[in-house]
Every structure is written in C-alpha cells, then in structure tokens.
Ligand binder design. Sequence first.
Ligand code: PBG
Length: 321
Amino acid sequence: MLNRHRRLRTNSAIRDLVRETVLTPMDFIFPIFVIEGENKKVEISSMPGNYHYSIDRLPEIIAEVMEVGIRGVILFGLPDFKDEIGTSAWIEDGIVQRAVKKIKELSKDILVITDICMCQYTNHGHCGIIHDGIIENDETLEYLGKIALSHARAGADMVAPSDMMDGRVGAIRKVLDGNGYPQVSIMAYSAKYSSAFYGPFREAAHSAPQFGDRKTYQMDPGNIRQAMREIEDDINEGADIVMIKPALSYLDVIRWAKDKFDVPVAAYSVSGEFAMIKAASEKGVINERAMAMEILTSIKRAGADIIITYYAIDACKWIMD
Ligand code: PBG
C-alpha cells in the first residue's frame, strides 16, 4: 500500500491541526541594551532595528514588549566608565541596576533578567579578572557574586551568568541565598561556545576583548559531550534554567540537553544569527519573515523551551498576523 503522506498537507487547516511545533509569544525573551545619558534611542548599526536606550526611554520599548505578549527581557548595560576590575558592574547606581528599578516601576508583571558578565565593564574587554595575561577563574567568582547581588538588590527576578568561569553558578547561588535572595533564579549560559556569531553584539555592547580571544573560557565549537558536563555541573550548582548559545549552529546540543536533563532549556539565537538574516533580506536574496520564523521554529523543535532572540517582537507580530 502507498502511504499518502500528502493527505495531511492538503490544505492549511489540516496543516495547522497536525503541526507539532508552534511558536507563541510566551517562548521568547527580548534582549535590551541600556546606555547612559538622556532621551537616547540610537540604532545599533550592526543590528538594524535594535537600539541603545537611555533609561528614560525604556518605557516605550517595555510597552512594545508587553503589548505583543512577551513575558521577559534580558538586560545588557553599557557603562560610561570601564576599569581593570569592572567596578561599574556592581555599583548600586550602575546602569543595569537603575534600568532594573525603572522597569520594575513600569510593570511588576514583566520578568527582568540580567546578564552577569564583566566584559562590558572591563577596559580589557575580557569576562574576568586578569593577572599577567591570565583570566583568573576563582578570583573572578567573587566579582560575579557581587554583580549578581547588586542586580538582585535592584529587583532583578533572574540572573544569567555568561562569563563561563568554572563554579560561577554555585558561587552566585551562595551569595544570593546568604543575603536574603533565595527567590532570585539563575539561568546559566551553560554551553556557551566561542563563536564568530557574537561579532555584531560586541559592536553593540562595546565588549570586544582588547587582546587575545575568549577560547580559554568559552567552549570549542567541536565539542558536545563537554557541553553536557558543563550543563550537569551548572544544574548541580543550582542553575534553574540552562542555556545553549548560539542556537542555530548548535541545534544538536539543544536536543541532547533536552533529552538528558529535566530543567528548562533556553537557547540564545545570537546577534550573528539575526544579522545574517537581515543582511540577506536587505540584499533581496531571502524572505526575512519566512526565514526568521523557520529558524525560530527549528530552535523550538530541537528542544528549546525558551528562545532569546532579537526577532522576538517581530516574531510575535508575525504570529498574530
Ligand atoms: C557577554 C555576552 C556576549 C553575548 C551575550 N553575553 C558576548 C560574548 O561573549 O562575546 C553575545 C550575544 C549575542 O551575540 O547576541 N559575555
């Protein structure tokens, strides 16, 4: 007998009914870049349609995010002042700390996640403390704890360490619990690869390393078993959600993580993934909407429970359309 697979593809009604993976606004987290100054909304040249917002201009983007049904945002701060040890990252009136307070004033409903890292705040652009050209793991943990605590004090619901130092999840959990913030959750950038896909972000966040690269702490793109060890350790240290980053080139890692572990899996579809689609669509060689939605669907199909994407707002509008 011939299997008539095409019967379930006859028209859009039946296709809609049998579709296994469906995107909803509840899948997405939208990244927001915050800068110092007043009345600023400046387009990020490497990421068309994304902006640097000063704190007083956050209400408009938060309103937009909430209007389309997105439940969470992740904040990246661009401080005016950088030094060797990233002081601006943990001061009480730092850029992210003030942005968190502002957003919490605007809405209690939106989940505010903060990226925990040092590279935007250090003058050398690395994600840790440096001695003699070496990024010092254990010393960096103290600073990451201080940053996380300052974000929790400002009102962050969730912190997301993206530095890739060993032991940071445990160190952050201990500091949060020890200071009365056991309810603040941790989404760990567990399997964060050393990737060319971060190029546009580093321009957006002014966070490119001033010497060398991040290969001694971020993962080698050839490895998947190592990703599982990273994830396992992060869960044991207290991660509530684990993340794979980038997403598109790492769908296999997302699937392995989903099959192996019982915590929610997030995937970060990074700046380079966004910029590739934008550039190709500006050249007229692909259809932006169709390609973005296909890629986001494939990330969810691979196993992502949460997708962090610069397409979050557009995707929600396309879903409603
Ligand atoms: C900070 C950080 C980076 C990204 C998120 N957090 C850059 C990096 O590690 O170089 C990349 C996000 C993106 O490319 O969209 N460590």
